[in-house]
Design a protein around this ligand. Structure first.
Ligand code: FUB
Length: 324
């Protein structure tokens, strides 16, 4: 891993940022990242080093403009149900309101997903009193489909606690599946019209190989780990995600927003730092991959920086692997 030769420039260098979810609102690119604290932390598999307390929203007028930091948009102290760890967020617009979806640990240290609202894409955002009923784990990503139906994709292994929800209720000591068993998939739930509640219980998404067989838990180069993102291009749904322990961004395709998704390949090789996390967005006539690495801090896992680069498709709709 960590075999990047050329580095793109960080979008901002005055704060550490990670987990960029990019969207075009009002003709500009808005980026909803995590805000990494400038703290020395020992890394562990529970993710305790990611101890974030607030969100700052960034924007670009266009891809050559300076990046604007709009300041603190939401702080942990103003989220009644949350106790710590504001991890990777995402945002969506509907009927005059911007909805910020974000994970945090509740007072029992269980990761849940909350919503906060604003009339401005840059915030400030006001959090709902409680997390979304029936929500769990981390890394919400919202797709607003062409038919105006909205879906939240979420879930992460290890510190993200997805293993603990295999029975539908939280089991603190649950282990992941055996390496020869199907891997755990991300979850998806359609949102109600209010954008604040799930219309249904979350469903597990199946990711299969070219023969239609589920990816196995031991297939760490391809199986789902965390950081889901779903976008649509030429009528196909693309589910992209991090493979976690092998540090790739990979993708799978489907004709249905809930899958099953067929694995296609890699988008991005490992970057500097343990985590890799991305989003994919169209701006004007080009597509972009927003991602992070730990280059700004010289490699500290918990002090990352957000970057972007162009993403291209092949004629058959597959995505060209990015060489940075
Ligand atoms: O930023 C904290 C966590 O690290 C995110 O939720 C994961 O996707 C990983 O990037």
């Amino acid at each position: 891993m960590n075999n990047i030769v050329k580095q793109k420039e960080p979008l901002v260098t005055h704060i550490y940022t990670a987990d960029p979810s990019a969207h075009v609102f009002d003709g500009k690119i808005y980026i909803y990242p995590s805000h990494d604290l400038d703290q020395v932390q020992i890394s562990n598999d529970n993710g305790d080093q990611y101890n974030m307390e607030d969100y700052h929203i960034l924007s670009l007028d266009d891809t050559n403009s300076p990046c604007i930091d709009h300041g603190e948009a939401l702080h942990l102290k103003d989220i009644p149900w949350a106790s710590k760890q504001l991890w990777a967020p995402d945002a969506v617009y509907k009927n005059g309101t911007y909805y910020l979806f974000f994970p945090a640990r509740d007072k029992d240290e269980i990761f849940r997903i909350g919503v906060a609202t604003s009339s401005n894409p840059a915030g400030p955002f006001k959090a709902e009193e409680n997390y979304i009923p029936g929500s769990f784990s981390i890394d919400p990503a919202v797709l607003m489909d062409d038919d105006n139906r909205s879906y939240v994709y979420f879930g992460g292994l290890w510190g993200g606690q997805l293993e603990k929800w295999q029975t539908g209720t939280f089991k603190a000591d649950a282990e992941g599946p055996a390496v020869t068993a199907p891997a755990l998939g991300p979850r998806v739930a359609e949102l109600n019209e209010d954008m604040l509640t799930f219309k249904e219980s979350p469903e597990e998404i199946s990711i299969v190989d070219e023969d239609g067989n589920p990816l196995l838990a031991g297939d760490e180069d391809r199986r789902y780990f965390e950081g889901p993102w779903v976008h649509k291009y030429n009528g196909n749904y693309y589910l992209s995600y991090s493979t976690g322990s092998t540090h790739y961004i990979v993708y799978a395709m489907s004709k249905n927003p809930k899958g099953p998704y067929t694995f296609k390949g890699k988008i991005l090789d490992p970057v500097i730092g343990w985590t890799t996390h991305h989003s994919i967005v169209q701006f004007q006539d080009k597509w972009y991959l927003f991602y992070h690495d730990s280059s700004l801090s010289g490699g500290s896992d918990n002090k990352r920086c957000v970057k972007f680069t162009e993403l291209k498709y092949n004629e058959d709709g597959t995505i060209q692997k990015i060489e940075l």
